[in-house]
Ligand binder design. Structure first.
Ligand code: ADP
Ligand code: MG
Length: 559
């Protein structure tokens, strides 16, 4: 038996780690399972490159709770450690064996999926444990080692009689952390952080029902067996090549990600790039309500298949946070606890890559199946319009496929719309005036009037339309928008026959006198020519700019 001192310059680093390094105690399990995964992947790598001839087999990681003994065991069948290695990797705080491995095997190991990085993950165990043991046997032919540490800088090292390769970590759970001795709590953590990790993880067993044997009677119970309860899918869809996946696989993966979500996604975007940064993932367009206040934490960020966070702010452009799915990138610079994004040029590149891929996908959907794109427009427009407002690069691309529906259900791109209306929607200054309604029912009379005069009326009802209109007016030349109830109609060059009112001149005169008296507000205009219906013989309009000013005041300013 040997004793020694853990090699840190600060006399007692543990209280610091416990308090400040990780804000979230529950991540200890993620870190320890990550180390177990790394140990397994390292062995896999060594056997693949022929550095060792040991049998790799079908290794798995097992988590066990010993509630009575107040212990959690995390056991792997990875490469293990010699006593010397424990001294080096464990006793030297902030020395990462993962990084050393990646350095040593540089090119060949760059796609090995090894997770570790900072050399601090292991110590997160002390956030929940008052004592930690490591019992480990290396794949090399050397005796097993047993390390024990009670959270002070002093550790004990002794021999162990462990014979099978791999490492067992035993956590003696502290009094204030007994929640982690509950099966449900651990299940929850495994489901959150480890659901797609690359090595099978066993947590207990479950009962599986087998088909009844032939000739069984009705009242006979179907036979059951106990099988390993594997909590993860080691090969999630996003790690595969798009060419190897069918539409059904993408839908299946969506259900795996969101088991409680019964509506199918509209379409997906498979992200897959390895230069200048490494990023994979699948984004889904769900059916979106016409509302900006949708829940925005539905894209999950992974690093080498380890869940990191569902707050992707800063990595995914704001307008795309309404989508769902996963992105996985080892290159996203996170701090040690992986909970904060470190501002970085690479992050900007990632965001613009994602924006470009989404724009390209939308563009190809538009080109390849316009009819289907139109049918989906109402469910996706909020993202596209929001994107056009907030990202100039996206605006440029989306300008070619963004649709402008008319009240009659036709869809035009901006260019098509311009062509369609250029002959009769121009005002005195030769400016193209685009008429739109924001509410088909409330503005029904105005819409009918405009249509009766031969104008096209768009139906723009997203909450951000006032802002989008401003954006279009400033980025395109010689156009302006006017809502159907604005006083623009008379300024437009009319068709020949617009005297559609059924009132006589005398009736009009009388009506006008009455109305002018009733409507005190001088900013409104009464138009008697307008209507083709007896039921609504006149309309009242308000200048476009006045209404917009009011709207802007209500929504709290311009941009
Ligand atoms: P990192 O994973 O960032 O390298 P950790 O503090 O999590 O840092 O772990 C430190 C080192 O301890 C690892 O790099 C690895 O060399 C060693 N280690 C930890 N857990 C295991 C394990 N289960 N099997 C083998 N080696 C391990
Ligand atoms: Mg680690």
């Amino acid at each position: 038996m040997a004793t020694g001192k853990i090699n840190v310059s600060v006399e007692n680093i543990f209280p610091l780690i416990k308090k400040f390094l990780y804000s979230d105690h529950e991540i200890f399990l993620r870190e320890l399972v990550s180390n177990a995964t790394d140990a397994t992947l390292k062995l896999k790598h060594l056997t693949t490159i022929g550095e060792t001839t040991v049998e790799y087999g079908n290794p798995m990681i097992e988590i066990k709770i010993d509630k009575e003994g107040k212990k959690i065991h995390i056991t792997d069948q990875g490469l293990g450690m010699t006593e010397e290695e424990v001294q080096k990797y464990i006793n030297e705080v902030a020395f990462s064996g993962a990084e050393e491995f990646l350095d040593k095997y540089k090119d060949s190991a760059k796609d090995s999926g090894i997770i570790g990085h900072f050399g601090l993950g292991f110590y997160s165990a002390f956030m929940v444990a008052e004592k930690v043991e490591i019992i480990t046997k290396s794949y090399k032919d050397e005796p097993a080692a047993h390390w024990t540490c009670d959270g002070s800088p002093n550790f004990i090292m002794e021999p162990s009689d462990k014979t099978d390769r791999g490492t067992e970590i035993i956590l003696h759970i502290a009094e204030d952390s007994t929640e982690f001795l509950e099966k449900n709590r651990i299940s929850e953590l495994l489901g959150k952080y480890n659901k797609f990790m690359p090595v099978p993880i066993k947590f207990g067993t479950r009962t599986e029902t087998l088909p009844k044997p032939e000739g069984a009677k009705k009242e006979d119970k179907a036979p059951t067996i106990e099988v390993d309860n594997i909590i993860n899918n080691p090969n999630p869809a996003w790690t595969k090549m798009p060419a190897d996946l069918k539409e059904e696989d993408y839908k299946g993966f969506y259900r795996e990600l969101y088991p409680m979500q019964f509506e199918e996604p509209l379409f997906h975007i498979h992200l897959n790039v390895d230069y200048p940064f490494n990023l994979t993932g699948i984004l889904y367009f769900p059916k979106l309500k016409n509302d900006l206040n949708v829940q925005k934490d539905r894209i999950q960020l992974y690093q080498n298949q380890v869940f990191v966070t569902d707050n992707v702010e800063g990595i995914v452009p704001e307008f795309l946070t309404m989508l769902r799915g996963v992105i996985d990138s080892p290159d996203i610079p996170l701090n040690v606890s992986r909970s904060y994004l470190q501002a970085d040029g690479a992050v900007k590149k990632i965001a613009s890559y994602i924006t470009r891929k989404v724009a390209d996908k939308l563009s190809s959907l538009f080109k390849n199946n316009r009819e289907d794109f139109e049918a989906k427009w109402n469910d996706i427009k909020i993202v596209i319009e929001y994107g056009m407002l907030s990202e100039d690069k996206f605006f440029e691309k989306a300008d070619k496929f963004a649709l402008y529906p008319t009240v009659d259900g036709n869809f035009y791109t901006f260019e098509e719309l311009q062509k369609k209306i250029k002959d009769n929607h121009t005002d005195k200054d030769d400016k193209l005036v685009i008429l739109y309604a924001s509410n088909k029912e409330a503005q029904h009379s105005y819409i009918e009037t405009a249509k009766a005069r031969g104008f096209e009326v768009l139906l723009l009802d997203s909450p951000i339309v006032p802002h989008l209109i401003q954006k279009l007016e400033t980025s395109k030349e010689n156009i302006s928008f006017a809502r159907v109830d604005a006083d623009h109609l008379d300024n437009l060059i009319k068709k020949e026959d617009t005297q559609i009112s059924k009132l006589s001149e005398e009736e009009k005169e009388q009506l006008k006198t009455v109305l002018d008296e009733v409507i005190q507000n001088k900013s409104y205009t009464v138009q008697l020519e307008a209507m083709d219906s007896d039921a609504v013989p006149f309309i009242i309009t308000e200048p476009e700019f006045l209404r917009r000013m009011k709207e802007m005041q209500q929504t709290g300013g311009g941009g």
